[in-house]
Design a protein around this ligand. Structure first.
Ligand code: GUN
Ligand code: FE
Length: 452
């Protein structure tokens, strides 16, 4: 290759890199070099001992290499495949009811306030900053039915440098909170306006996602229209499925012509290889086959599943069916906006399933690490761009310092990298996340914008 065609190297890092690949849930690379080009892409990786050769090949000075400290490592950024940005305002409260009552009592009244752009600005800035500090480099957000506030969420994610999918929520059915819904025509028109205006901003890392709230909030007509809008614009789709028994039974009643909850979405062209459906606790094996055949994915939201007493997803069965799967915080059904919490709750859920049935093969921390990173990027069809440290992908990464002073982890001796990762996943928090990179750019620590 001609040197002139080669992208310019912006930064080179040296130290321990831990990531997942298609083949292995945990690959640990010690004394590794990784070069990031000026476009934020991983230009090369190689052994530390190859420094001189790599510096000549890629044209950087060995003295500029950034060396990680002893208890530091790089891991891929965390991918939150399902989070309601608007619900961050009441995260950590209101977890005393099952799903449908919870929506009517807490969620819809709060979401209706996002008509107020000042309120939306406050909450959306908080959630983007909090998730970035927690290491979420990619977030798949639900906003509310309000187009302008949803556009504002896109702007804030872009301003702080987070990779994001943003969905203006669609719902033309709501029997409990009558003022929090759209007409069918509004929902269609505003969805089209949202998509056009967000795409028009040309934010490099922020994309619109077609977002029917769930089958119970939408008429069949709207579901079909949204399926067509997604198809015509080649867009991602997100919604909820089979989260709670009462919900599943009501969907059966409301859509008697469909064979299953999955069939409702399938019939309306909402199950595609760019679809991510949250929960799926009560999906049958036949429905999982439909997911695999269409390429649709699931977002496992264990905190929410437990907090709202919804159910427990059998992740092993989903993986055995080769359905793409990521993790989601599902704030505020899930009370934590940290993907580290999602990792822990996913492990807990799998252990509870093992307690109930000793034959159940518990998930390993390595497998859950993969779900939180590469799995999430696959679920969002972003795995050609992010999810691990393969050359050509964007550098989305966390610089983790397990021994951060004042942090939650005490080390007795110099532990091996696998133990250090396990400690971070189980005990760590944002104090251990020294830096966060999205597409090569350092986004944490960030400076607050001066004009609020
Ligand atoms: N189903 C429909 N809307 C919601 C929501 O906001 N949160 C959760 N957890 N489930 C839903
Ligand atoms: Fe949700």
């Amino acid at each position: 290759m001609e040197n002139s065609n080669r992208p310019k190297i912006a930064n080179v890092y040296r130290g321990t890199f831990i990531h997942s690949t298609q083949k292995t849930a945990l690959q640990i690379l010690e004394d590794e070099l990784l070069g990031v080009d000026t476009d934020g892409k991983i230009a090369f990786t190689g052994r530390g001992t190859e420094l001189v050769r790599l510096s000549q090949t890629f044209g950087f000075s060995p003295t500029e290499v950034i060396q990680l400290a002893k208890h530091e490592f790089f891991m891929p950024g965390l991918v939150d495949t399902h989070i309601h940005a608007c619900q961050y305002s009441y995260a950590g409260t209101a977890l005393d009811m099952p799903l449908l009552q919870w929506l009517n009592t807490y969620t819809f009244p709060v979401e209706s306030h996002f008509k107020d752009l000042q309120f939306a600005h406050k909450v959306y800035s908080q959630v983007v900053k909090r998730t970035l500090r927690n290491g979420t480099t990619t977030a798949c957000y639900f906003a509310t039915i309000h187009t302008d506030a949803s556009l504002l969420l896109g702007k804030i994610a872009n301003d702080f440098g987070q990779r994001a999918f943003v969905g203006k929520v669609c719902m033309d059915r709501n029997d409990s909170v009558k003022h929090y819904k759209e007409t069918n025509q509004e929902s269609q028109e505003e969805t089209c306006r949202f998509i056009a205006e967000l795409l028009n901003k040309k934010y490099p890392l922020v994309r619109p996602v077609v977002t029917p709230r769930f089958a119970l909030s939408c008429t069949g007509a709207l579901l079909g229209q949204l399926g067509a809008i997604a198809k015509n614009n080649n867009l991602h789709i997100q919604s909820h499925i089979s989260e709670n028994v009462e919900e599943v039974n009501l969907v059966k009643k409301m859509f008697p012509d469909s064979e299953s909850y999955t069939d409702v979405y399938l019939k309306h062209n909402l199950l595609t290889d760019k679809t991510v459906m949250a929960h799926g606790c009560y999906l049958s094996d036949e429905e999982l086959v439909l997911f695999r055949e269409t390429g649709a994915s699931l977002a496992h939201c264990p905190n929410s599943n437990i907090s709202l007493c919804s159910g427990m997803l059998n992740v092993r069965n989903v993986l055995n069916h080769k359905v793409k799967l990521g993790l989601g915080t599902d704030v505020a059904g899930g009370y934590s906006a940290s993907m580290l919490d999602a990792v822990r709750r996913a492990l807990d859920t799998s252990k509870i399933l093992t307690i109930q049935n000793p034959e159940y093969k518990t998930l390993s921390f390595e497998e859950v690490f993969r779900l939180a990173t590469l799995g999430g990027s696959q679920a969002l069809s972003l795995d050609d761009q992010t999810g691990n440290f393969e050359v050509g992908k964007d550098f989305d990464a966390l610089r983790v310092n397990v021994a951060a002073p004042g942090g939650p982890i005490d080390l007795v001796q110099c532990e091996e990298p696998k133990i250090i990762l396990e400690k971070f996943l189980n005990l760590g928090d944002d104090r251990n996340i020294a830096e966060v990179f999205v597409a090569g750019k350092k986004v944490v620590p960030f400076t607050e914008p001066t004009t609020e």
